[in-house]
Design a protein. Structure first.
Length: 89
């Protein structure tokens, strides 16, 4: 048990206490990559869900289109929320 407590004390040094510490040391390229990957991932996941629901329910293009737009809206909202959090610093 002593080893686990020592390990947790050492790990506390590397875990940021708040989100400001995470965004303080990032470069512009890192922020741009994060924002673009959040947007692309949201669209990709939502489109995949729409595709498989269309396949399962046999409603070919309808749900794919709906989920594509939902993914795009979600991705844009994630980018806006993250950029606001980064700009607060």
């Amino acid at each position: 048990m002593k080893d686990i407590k020592d390990l947790s004390k050492k790990l506390e040094k590397f875990i940021p206490k708040d989100k400001k510490e995470v965004t303080k040391n990032t470069s512009s390229l890192g922020i741009a990559m994060r924002l673009s990957s959040e947007l692309v991932a949201a669209v990709f996941v939502a489109s995949g869900i729409g595709y498989y629901l269309d396949k399962w329910l046999e409603t070919k293009p309808f749900l794919l289109i709906v989920f594509f737009f939902l993914g795009a809206i979600t991705g844009i909202l994630n980018v806006v929320r993250t950029s606001k959090m980064i700009n607060k610093d």
